[in-house]
Design a binder for this molecule. Structure first.
Ligand SMILES: Cc1cc2nc3c(=O)[nH]c(=O)nc-3n(C[C@H](O)[C@H](O)[C@H](O)COP(=O)(O)OP(=O)(O)OC[C@H]3O[C@@H](n4cnc5c(N)ncnc54)[C@H](O)[C@@H]3O)c2cc1C
Length: 226
């Protein structure tokens, strides 16, 4: 059976830079979803219907307005279509989908690794993990090419100030693999950590493999590659 098609109204946009934009979608009815999931946008581009998944960057507690964070990909028809939409436009989608999910803080130190806008699904996961009094450390390593303006930096720094168990660090995307090796492979023999990794392209499976080959359990290294 085909997934039911839902609609939302583009209520507002916020630019994070020339090529990255938040889209706030007002839903006709609240959408139940889990931190980390995505929706599949059905985009009518030049007579064709394209399906493009976008992670939900907002929290399930705000169930009638979703935030998506979208990069405009050079030559990419789906992202260019979204960037051309005017406030008030209708967006068709299905979902929520996905198994890259965090419902509660895992039973051990947890490391979130985001490359660029890969912070989108990790943001609601982190917010959820911070609910209550987490017993184990939570760490975010957020990489970007321009480390001076990472997405949601202010929010993450604020969260780290209010929750002593949470630390956030920034890295250059080009040095992400070395950073991960240095911090969580070479620094100690602890292999009880949990990882959630998200980003674009080959870096994601590369990080997954490095961690699993270093001795972390398969199921303790969750990832989503765009
Ligand atoms: C589960 C899932 C969740 C996703 N969530 C998001 C999201 O929250 N925000 C988002 O911007 N994209 C997200 N994407 C990627 C998105 O679905 C599209 O692939 C992207 O918008 C490019 O589509 P396009 O039609 O513009 O370009 P296409 O012509 O389809 O371009 C595809 C190329 O763009 C690369 N690419 C994909 N995403 C990005 C990106 N964000 N930045 C730079 N290059 C990229 C791909 O690796 C591929 O090489 C997600 C993908 C998946 C599988």
């Amino acid at each position: 059976m085909a997934a039911p098609e839902l609609t939302a109204r583009l209520e507002r946009v916020v630019d994070h830079g020339p090529e990255t934009r938040s889209f706030f979608l007002r839903l006709a009815a609240p959408l139940a979803f889990r931190p980390g999931q995505f929706i599949s946008c059905l985009l009518h581009v030049a007579g064709e219907r394209l399906t493009r998944p976008y992670s939900i960057a907002s929290s399930p507690e705000e169930a009638d307005c979703l935030e998506l964070v979208v990069d405009r990909v050079p030559g990419g028809p789906g992202s260019h279509y979204l960037f051309a939409l005017a406030v008030g436009a209708t967006i068709h989608f299905t979902g929520p989908w996905g198994t890259f999910i965090l419902d509660q803080a895992p039973p051990g130190e947890t490391v979130f690794i985001a490359d660029g806008s890969g912070i989108a699904p990790i943001r609601p996961m982190l917010r959820r993990a911070l609910v209550g009094a987490p017993k184990h450390p939570l760490r975010l390593l957020h990489a970007g090419i321009d480390a001076s303006t990472p997405l949601f930096r202010e929010e993450m720094v604020r969260l780290s100030r209010s929750a002593p168990c949470f630390t956030v660090d920034y890295a250059d995307s080009r040095a992400l693999l070395e950073e991960v090796r240095r911090r969580w492979v070479e620094s100690d023999a602890d292999r009880g950590r949990h990882f959630f990794i998200c980003g674009v392209g080959a870096i994601v499976p590369t990080l997954r493999d490095v961690l699993r080959q270093a001795g972390y359990a398969r199921r303790a290294v969750q990832y989503e590659k765009w």
